[in-house]
Design a protein around this ligand. Structure first.
Ligand code: SF4
Length: 400
């Protein structure tokens, strides 16, 4: 990085942090009556887009809540509101099942329920389980409606049935949910997006999407169909499901104004079919950096775009797309390659070391028992040529 770029980057970071620190959380939430408060600096405010057929205006950056929150009042949520991030993405399983309770407590204390957009989700994909899950989420959140409810981690398109459509309709008529959709991140994202495009009652899809997939024609066609059907599209896993490639990050961080995490977000926002990115922001630093990237109207520079392309190519063999049906067909049935790679990503890329360890240790013992397994055929079947044996051995070392 040139000395000038160094200075610019440092300056932008300092401006960002100074702006964020200038206002107390309570004052910004309207909870303070301090008349002597000094004039505040203009704060970063995340721009908004319309979420497809829901016609709701939402911020381009959403607060992903797959984390443990303070059970009483989590200041990160308050910071989100200051930055214009008034969309909280919860799920019944996040934070060990306590995430919705914590969000509910925050909303009760701040009395902000009616000025935020709440999504929750559940892996109960059958109509009866889905309806029960909505009731349970409402109870934990202490609210009588959810802005959106997603089927969580949908894999099987047959769950999008007429019976489920009936359940969605009933819940809407009772005022329990306002909108419905699903999230997905496995190998059949394109299939599910295409299916969603044909269903009038699916209003939003949250799906795995990142800079490494721009040349994927099948996915692009599916996104096009979903956008044409006015499905509200939310990107997740934008940092790419790669693991164990710290050595490859460093060259990119020297390429331009934005750091790696900010640059990959900007690359997704450049695709105007995507309404928003949901991001796991478990520190104030990440929140402020991501918000600054969203608020800055300039796109990536040519140099940064070229560098992202090089970065995508350099990490291809380290990136798992979750297509277990390909490598899994060549391995003992108990192996869990996609899941293990995802947990490595949580550990290496998202900084969720403890969560990653817990998830890994919860896998069946046979899935971790890799010593006698021959991975050669699986490697040959992998479209990314991921060195599966090496990653699974490493998972055992760092997560086992
Ligand atoms: S290792 Fe390769 S084949 Fe297996 S899930 Fe990952 S990308 Fe797909």
């Amino acid at each position: 990085m040139s000395a000038r770029n160094d200075r610019e980057l440092e300056l932008s970071r300092r401006q960002l942090l100074a702006g964020s620190a200038a206002v107390t959380l309570a004052a910004s939430l309207g909870l303070s009556d301090d008349a002597e408060a000094k004039p505040q600096k203009k704060r970063i405010h995340v721009p908004r887009r319309v979420l497809g057929k829901t016609k709701r205006s939402v911020p381009m950056l959403l607060m992903g809540q797959a984390m443990s929150l303070d059970p009483v009042f989590d200041p990160k949520l308050a910071e989100c509101l200051q930055l214009g991030i008034d969309y909280f993405d919860a799920a019944d399983c996040y934070g060990g099942g306590r995430n919705e309770l914590a969000l509910g407590s925050f909303l009760k204390r701040t009395k902000k329920r009616n000025s935020v957009f709440i999504t929750s989700k559940s892996d109960k994909h059958d109509p009866e389980g889905f309806e029960r899950a909505v009731d349970e989420s409402l109870r934990k959140l202490g609210t009588n409606y959810l802005d959106m409810f997603y089927l969580h981690g949908l894999k099987d398109a047959s769950h999008l049935s007429a019976k489920l459509a009936g359940a969605v309709d009933r819940l809407k008529k009772r005022g329990k949910i306002r909108h419905f959709g699903f999230s997905c991140h496995d190998h059949n994202v394109a299939e599910l997006l295409t299916r969603a495009a044909s269903l009038s009652w699916v209003e939003s899809v949250m799906f795995r999407y990142n800079f490494g997939q721009y040349g994927d024609r099948e996915l692009n066609k599916a996104i096009e169909a979903a956008a044409h059907a006015n499905i509200g599209l939310i990107a997740m896993k934008t940092q790419r499901s790669a693991a164990s490639f710290r050595g490859k990050w460093v060259p990119f961080t020297k390429a331009g104004q934005w750091n790696r995490q900010q640059a990959v977000l900007k690359a997704v926002w450049a695709d105007t079919r995507i309404t928003a990115v949901v991001s796991h922001m478990d520190t104030f630093g990440k929140l402020r950096e991501n918000a600054a990237a969203a608020a800055d109207k300039k796109g990536l520079s040519r140099r940064e775009i070229e560098e992202l392309g090089r970065y995508a190519a350099a990490t291809r063999a380290l990136t798992c797309d979750g297509c277990d049906h390909l490598c899994g067909a060549q391995l003992p049935a108990e192996m869990r390659v996609g899941e293990t790679m995802r947990y490595l990503m949580y550990h290496d890329v998202y900084g969720q070391q403890e969560t990653a360890r817990q998830l890994y240790r919860a896998l069946p013992e046979q899935a971790r028992n890799i010593e006698a397994v021959d991975f050669r055929q699986a490697l040959a079947a992998c479209p990314n040529a991921v060195d599966i044996a090496w990653h699974l051995r490493r998972a055992k070392q760092v997560l086992g």
